[in-house]
Design a protein around this ligand. Sequence first.
Ligand code: AVJ
Length: 350
Amino acid sequence: MQRRSPARGVRRALLPGARSPRTATLVSLDAESAALRELREALSRSPREIPSKYFYDDAGSALFEQITRLPEYFPTATERALLEARAAALVESAGGRKLTDVVELGSGAASKTVALLDAALAAGGRPKYVAVDISAHALQRTKEILAAARPEIPVEQVLADYTQALQLPPKPAGGRRLVLFLGGTIGNDEDEAAVKFLSRVREHMEQDDLLLLGANLITDPAALHLAYNDAQGITAAFNRNVLRNVNSFVRSNFAAEKFAHYAPYILEKRRIEMWLVAREAMEVDLGRLGSTVRLARGEGIRTEISRRFTREQVLRMIDSAGFTPERWIESPDARFGLALGVARASLRGI
Ligand code: AVJ
């Protein structure tokens, strides 16, 4: 049996003094006070919100992995099939054997990435894989899956909340970096925040480095509804778990079982919204946030938006963030698209 702590071998430049980090938000002091502020602000908005990243503590990352295997949740399988079918062409467009670093933001279980790494190997490259995730458990899964599947590929782990701070290991001189942001997670942000985030990612890249961005595309609302309202209730459990994670972070006392999972597809906004709806009136002590919230029966907290895009929207988004669209591919059912963008020369310093 392995007895290694899940966090061993994890790069900790961002994480001073963390002995056994479980989620990245909990570990550095600056990051912690920023996270407290962000959460306080989100919970006092109208409607109240909890940032989606709070889904991904260890339990939540494991629940999300279960979601990806549900028959109703099609995005993961769709994206995986697309990547597998087109990996060689994507890697070719991304520089083939020049690819030295494949960095994945939100690596989760990294089950989709093997196809890309294989294509890079087949092109004669020797890529290193850098997994970035907010959950130490997810990073460990990433490493296990990759080490078993492709032992020849070195894996580096970065435990970080990439929405706040990002620090990547250096890439070899003359090498090319490919940054992956897959799964459609870009849809968790409104346009402005999405472009801001991608622009920050661009700052960590050099000219001619590449971004591969996965995005959910507009499709049948009924299928979407099922994907976020599965029969086994795994998505509901994933949604409620956000309250347990918040409770353990701020020592609040949300009673998760008193909330109903509500996840409609809002047609005119082209997005799923995930809500937790109070089944009864209640008062919640927000612990370290230093306040209480009163919720009326039927009042909701929004935990996620998950947008569906058009191809034009996705290409415009990466272009606005400093990446020239180089290639666009989509699944045969047009439910999922991948945009490959090349980092343009940065105007910083002019
Ligand atoms: C991992 C953010 C892409 O938005 O579909 C799955 C998360 N939420 N079921 C998504 C999620 C509910 C997922 N992302």
